[in-house]
Design a protein around this ligand. Structure first.
Ligand code: GAP
Length: 448
């Protein structure tokens, strides 16, 4: 069925099914923060694990790290974040709403009328808007009891600097040869002027990124190689190629450190927006850290006998945006023969929170409940499995469809006689009788 997925529908599904809740909800929330519920955290962890497998474990040239969120503030001076990690901000003096100047001009907050040559606030219509002011997006805090400039530190706005700062440690301990990468998944913080669009733009999020250190001679070839790998990742997320757009950032609009950047955009319900990106950061960061720290961060090539500063390709992926895109792509509404509409998340099974749900047909017959518990315990060590005996079978199917559980397994009176169960497939809704002893293999082969 051709449906229009609105963000309201998705936000409400995520809340209702334990995927994502508003942050600090019982206190009225906190703008730009969301909590992942029991179902959402499993999905998020599955994406994280798959990313680590694809980009670290399945490769011979990648090293993982987990660096501290709080870093010496000189790191952020060297990287350019203290002076340059800013957004232009405009305030309405009348209604006190705050806007990002570039988003205001793009019409993101609605049409901006011009009255007497002045821009009018899209919320209240007043022309009392401030001039754009640059606002640094790094969150600040203090180390120790005294709050002064000496104790000021920042919450990291990206993981990348951890990889540059630990570059020498990785070189000295692992002795990698170029090209090689340092990867990290971790929480980052950005004081966004206007967070919004659910978990698309938030104030803290998980970032999965790596710095791939190269000899600059063949950067173009390696850039293309990474584009191909990124597309394999996007296929894993279940995204349709037709809905992905490579936005080549033109000269003059790229970050100060980049010689080439492609923002990979996805067709979200609120528009074609950046999902992940790849940048050729040149030797900008290592060079800056050499200058500011005075340490030698060069690489010695044993083959050529040359010592030089490696250049860097950086693919970067927001985890929250990856899950959001996956949910958007998976959301389907199907008209059933009985006239009802079923909502189903046709997620790639590797992303689904649970691979199987086990239902006793009735919850008040001890022999059936015990048998269902036995089946649940057989499956649980192999797949994340959920036991559900709430409401009737129809309601249980609806719940599992809405969180994208690929298989629902019902234990009934026949099971007690024949040791077989009904397995219902999420996508086709077809049901099959399967022997309990064959269940693990049945599910395993269909999860690949
Ligand atoms: N180290 C490079 C870097 O941090 P970025 O384009 O600023 O690059 C990387 O961010 C990725 O982080 C983006 O492609 C996007 O997926 C995600 N991202 C950025 N800002 C975000 C926000 N406020 N909320 C959620 N995800 C965000």
């Amino acid at each position: 069925m051709n449906i229009e997925l609105t963000m309201d529908k998705l936000v409400s599904l995520c809340k209702r099914r334990g995927i994502i809740f508003p942050g600090s909800e019982i206190y009225g929330g906190l703008a730009g923060t969301w909590d992942y519920g029991p179902v959402g955290v499993e999905m998020k962890n599955n994406i994280k694990a798959a990313w680590w497998k694809m980009f670290v474990h399945d490769r011979h040239d990648m090293y993982g790290i987990d660096s501290a969120i709080l870093m010496n503030p000189r790191v952020w001076e060297a990287s350019g974040h203290v002076s340059g990690f800013t957004d232009p901000m405009v305030d309405c003096k009348n209604c006190k709403n705050r806007f990002r100047a570039d988003h205001l001009d793009e019409g993101k907050y609605g049409e901006v009328k011009i009255i007497d040559g002045k821009k009018a606030c899209p919320v209240c219509g007043s022309t009392e808007l401030t001039e754009p002011r640059l606002f640094n997006m790094m969150f600040r805090t203090y180390i120790g009891p005294v709050q002064d400039t000496e104790s000021l530190v920042y919450l990291r706005p990206e993981n990348a600097q951890g990889m540059f700062v630990d570059f020498k440690n990785v070189l000295d301990t692992m002795h990698p040869k170029l090209p090689f990468g340092i990867a990290q998944i971790g929480r980052v913080f950005r004081n966004e002027v206007t967070p919004g669009d659910f978990v698309f733009r938030v104030r803290e999020f998980d970032l999965m990124e790596f710095e791939y250190f190269i000899d600059p001679k063949n950067w173009e070839e390696l850039f293309e190689m990474w584009m191909k790998e990124i597309y394999k990742w996007l296929a894993f997320l279940g995204l349709d190629k037709e809905k992905i757009y490579n936005h080549e950032i033109p000269d003059g609009e790229r970050a100060h450190y980049s010689k080439r950047t492609i923002d990979i955009e996805y067709q979200f319900p609120f528009g074609m927006k950046e999902l992940c990106a790849i940048a050729y950061r040149t030797d900008y960061d290592l060079k800056r850290h050499i200058e500011k720290s005075g340490k030698d961060l060069t690489y010695f090539d044993e083959k050529t006998g040359q010592r030089f500063i490696p250049h860097v390709l950086e693919p970067t992926f927001g985890l929250d945006r990856a899950l959001l895109a996956s949910l958007v792509a998976a959301y389907k509404e199907e008209k059933l023969e009985n006239g009802e509409t079923r909502i189903v998340l046709k997620l790639p099974p590797k992303i689904s929170a649970y691979k199987a749900a086990v239902f006793p047909l009735v919850s008040n017959k001890e022999s059936i409940v015990n048998k269902a518990d036995e089946v649940y315990k057989i499956l649980k060590p192999h797949f994340n499995t959920i036991f559900d005996d709430n409401g009737n079978i129809g309601k249980r199917y609806r719940r599992q469809d809405e969180i994208g559980t690929p298989f629902c397994i019902t234990i009934d009176y026949d099971t007690l006689e024949k040791d077989d169960v009904t397995v219902r497939d999420r996508d086709t809704m077809k049901q099959e009788r399967i022997k309990i002893e064959a269940l693990i293999d049945y599910i395993k082969t269909r999860l690949e």
